[in-house]
Design a protein around this ligand. Sequence first.
Ligand SMILES: C[S@@+](CC[C@H](N)C(=O)[O-])C[C@H]1O[C@@H](n2cnc3c(N)ncnc32)[C@H](O)[C@@H]1O
Length: 470
Amino acid sequence: MTEKIRPFVKWAGGKGSLIPQLNKFYPYDLKNRVIGRYIEPFVGGGAVLIDILQKYNIKEAFAFDINKDLINSYNVIKNNVDELITILKEIETQYLKLEKEGRKKYFYIVREKYNNYTIEENETKIQRAAQFVFLNRTCFNGLYRVNKSGKFNVPIGSYKNPTICDEQNLKNLSKLIQNVQFECGDYKNSIKYVTKNTFVYFDPPYRPLNITSGFTSYTKEDFNDDDQKELAKLYKMLDGRNAKLMLSNSNPKNINKEDNFFDNLYKGFNINEIYANRMINSKADGRGKISEIVVTNYNNTYSKGMENEMERIKKFEDGSFLEYDDGRFDKWCVYYTDSNGNRKAPKDTDYFEDLYNFSKKYGNERIYSDYVRIYNKTNKYIEEETISYIEQIAKVYELLDRMEIEKIFMILYMGMIEEENKERTKLGKRIKRLGVHALLVENRPIKESATFMTGKKWQLLGKLCKERGF
Ligand SMILES: C[S@@+](CC[C@H](N)C(=O)[O-])C[C@H]1O[C@@H](n2cnc3c(N)ncnc32)[C@H](O)[C@@H]1O
């Protein structure tokens, strides 16, 4: 999926424009693929969720919001996107045909309908989602806001040619969120899903910088200072579970340098600043870019010397380790750092020789069948269970060879995951097996086996795999 996917709604506090800055604070373990679970307890428009799902290897994600209609719409996009598109297209055609007055009438009829029914009573959840999208796309400023009694109260906007049905984006989004579980409810419900290798991003309603600028009415329930304090308590509790946590909020210091509200709440964590495009006009500071805070419970940049603090896919007894990082051609590349700190991306030719030597010592069949056991367990995701399995397999070899054999199997395992994750992969992990098969079953020379697939079209490679029974 190369097309950039966008949120399907415009949302107050939406993080779309801040993504490049927030990216820098994502935990290194996301890039390193150690993290497979993502949770967003205040998902809103989902700009960060979408960014993360597009960039990283997230096996499962959980998104919460207290806004029922928002969550309903996500679920409809996830499960019934074609029906939603049909309804939205119809609405779009009807609406765009109308002149100003006609559009106004149309908008208020839909708003009235939307406000007179609750989601449970609405004809169908799909229609309700269509109304939700329509109102968001045509209302003033494209915002969602309700009054104290929970009624959507934004007036009509003045867009000349609003896109009501962004068909391709909805389809792409639908595909992207298939592994996401959306739940309507309080953010606290999310804690049951937080485990060690989880990344949680909290984007609660901003603490208002001053009483009048407060936009806290996404739902009829407000989010006040006591709620911010509760949230900080929960953050501390989850820190104890070793999850990676990131939280953003407004920065009270934009208005009052002495306001230490968040410094007190998040003492002991990293409080960073990012800059929004909005300007602030306060008497004390004149005009300037408004800053927001990003609180993390981990060191956010990778630098040399921090290696030991980082979680690696695999660390070996001699201090060497394996990890993933961006490569020259794609986002997936296996890196090996030896015990002296030299880092490189191992090529097949580098370790096929070792593989060959071990096969001379232990027999081709044994090495190949151990490899196939690992192959059978390999999928798109890094699984701790498989990593321990490889450790167990290596333990059966002679003491002096164990670590080297484990390294080779781990490099092969990680290489297969890499293949499974390539954007346009047709063969996935099978491509690696072709080389290993050439060396250990067909007894081809080392170099020829290591470069077995080079220059061959995937159709041919697919055929060769089939002939070999995989
Ligand atoms: C700042 S917005 C999130 C914006 C989002 N990051 C984006 O890019 O669009 C905060 C969200 O929290 C939701 N919310 C408010 N109180 C909540 C609560 N107690 N539990 C869960 N969600 C809540 C609101 O409905 C709103 O969608």
